[in-house]
Every structure is written in structure tokens, then in C-alpha cells.
Design a protein around this ligand. Sequence first.
Ligand code: IPM
Ligand code: MG
Length: 362
Amino acid sequence: MGRFMIAVLPGDGIGPEVIAEALRVLEAIGHCFGHRFEFHEALIGGAAIDATGSPLPPETLERCRRSDAILLGAVGGPKWDDPTAPVRPEQGLLGLRKAFDLFANLRPVRVFPAMVHATPLKEGIVRGVDILFVRELTGGLYFGPRQEAGPDGNEAYDTMRYTRPEIERVVRLAARLAQGRRKKLTSVDKANVLAASRLWRQVTEAVIRREFPALALEHILVDAFAMHLIRRPAVFDVVVTENMFGDILTDEAAVLAGSMGMLPSASLGETPLGLFEPVHGSAPDIAGRNLANPIGAILSGALMLRYSFGLEAEAQAIERAVEAVLAAGYRTPDIADGETCIVGTREMGEAIARYILKEWKG
Ligand code: IPM
Ligand code: MG
């Protein structure tokens, strides 16, 4: 029977709606398994800019620091998109990742059996897909030396820079996860062109050979991997890659799962404090209309139970409930295929919470 403090950062657009459903499902888990989850809301992103002028106010950082985990919705929107604005909502999210040194972003991509028809790809290609992406999250192009365009607007640059320890720690984390799965690790880089990728490949090779000799390691160039990912996705197990490649490839991988709305993520560092957020963005076009798919946020709650609190049975209860509700035909509009029961954000959350209460209430 645990007591856990959770910093809840709903953010912008559909963030608040999907987070409300994740909390509903966590409440159901607390009820069935006898845990107490304490939710403390704080501001981030555009909402925080509007209220305080900063996308990551000090009170939010402090709230996160005093919590066992952070649950985040989404940040950004057209309102704050002005390229000349001094601050952007995304800086709140990037700042949070950096502040807690959350260097590994886990993005599991599993295709639920009920969802094999929901993708534009052939059923035979997506059936059985179970990939765990491990995206490096605090280095590379996102955090390397940069120059904004000056008043003349003639030049700007970002730098992909990696150090050996930065590569070692994320590769080790990915390798440990691969050991608990199908023992296959794919490292994605662009070593035929980029110096940072050549270091990445060399360090990855050394870490695996020295410390994880039982793993099968392969290196694939990012352009080829982008193709293999939709041609033969079922062959991949754990995929480790640098920040920017991981950002792009996991959006592509969302197509396998049927929708961006389905994917959860966990950002982890060396301490138990993790940041959990759906992979999708703030989707301002559908915000506030009960249309968003809350499953990515709900499954992020499951990852929080697993990785920050060590509650494996509880995490699986959420995953099984999602699977059951999908099998029963519930669909939000983004994953609807015509013949199933189309529901809103709230109704999807309620159905998942109801299933948990029915199955696990002692
Ligand atoms: C993601 C998002 C973020 C990123 C943005 C919102 C800064 O696309 O989490 O994948 O690029 O990392
Ligand atoms: Mg992204």
C-alpha cells in the first residue's frame, strides 16, 4: 500500500482533457490496489507563459522536485507560435527534461490485436509489432551549441554534439531493457555522414561487446531504418537512437499503432523520478471538444506505475484494461474504422476505469 506524490502538468490544447482521463484511471487503480495517489497540478508551456511569462515557472520546478513522478499532457499551440517571441511553450518541456537529467525517453510501440485494421498499412505488416524505442533526450541537436539568426537574418545553426558518457548511459539503459525482452538491440545512426554518429556507433559497439555480450546488436542507418520500420516492423525489439532521429522515427512508428493518440512515453534518468507524457502534441484543432484519444496519456500512467513506482501488476492492469476496451469496440474518432462504437475522450477514460474497477475490485 503506497502513497505517491504526482506532479500533474496538463499544459495546452488537449493536454488537460487527456490528463483528466489518465487521473481517472489512476484513481481506479488506487481504489482497487489500495494505493494513495496525490495529484498536485502545476503550470507548463503556453498556459504557464500566459499566467507567469515563463514556460517553466520556478513553482512548477519546485513542485516536480518534491514529487515521486511527473505526469504531463502536451505543450504548444498557434497562440504562441510567433517565431520572434522571446519564449516558446516547448522550452518548458525541454527545460524539464534537462532539469532532471531525463536522458532516456522510452516510447513503446505495441499494436493491440484489435487495432490491426486501424492503420493504413497491411495487417500482415503490423500484426505482432512490439518495439521499444529508447530515444536519447538531453543531447544532440536539441541541446548542442546554437546560434539564432541575428538581425540580418542570414545565418542560424544547431549542432549535433555527443560525448562518450552521454552515449554510454543511454545505450546501457536500452541494453538492460533488451535483456529483459527479446535480446535484440538496434542502434540507429547516420555514421556514413555524421561524426557524432560515428562516435555513437563506436561507443555502442564497445558497451555491448564488453557489458552485454548476450545481446544481438545491429546498426542501421537512419534513412534505411525509416523504410524498414514500415516494411518489416515486427523484426525490431529495442531500438536506441539519438534525440532528433528518435523524435522523427517515433512519429512514424505511431502509424503502426493506429494513431499518435495511442502512444505513451516515459523519460527516465538515474533517479526514480520520471516524466510521463503521451507522445502526441497539443492538437489545438480538436482541443476542448471531447474528441482526443486519451489512451496515450492513460498508458503513460501505466509506465509511471512501472518505472517510477515499481508497481508492475498495477501497470499491467491498465494495459489489459486498454486492450479489453479496444477489443470491445470502443474507438475515439482518430482510430475509428466505421463499424465500431465511437466515443469521446471522457467516455473512453470512463470505459477503461470501469473495466479496472470491475476486474480488480477485491
Ligand atoms: C516530442 C515533441 C517534443 C520534442 C517537442 C514538443 C519539443 O515533439 O516529445 O516528441 O521534439 O521532443
Ligand atoms: Mg516529437
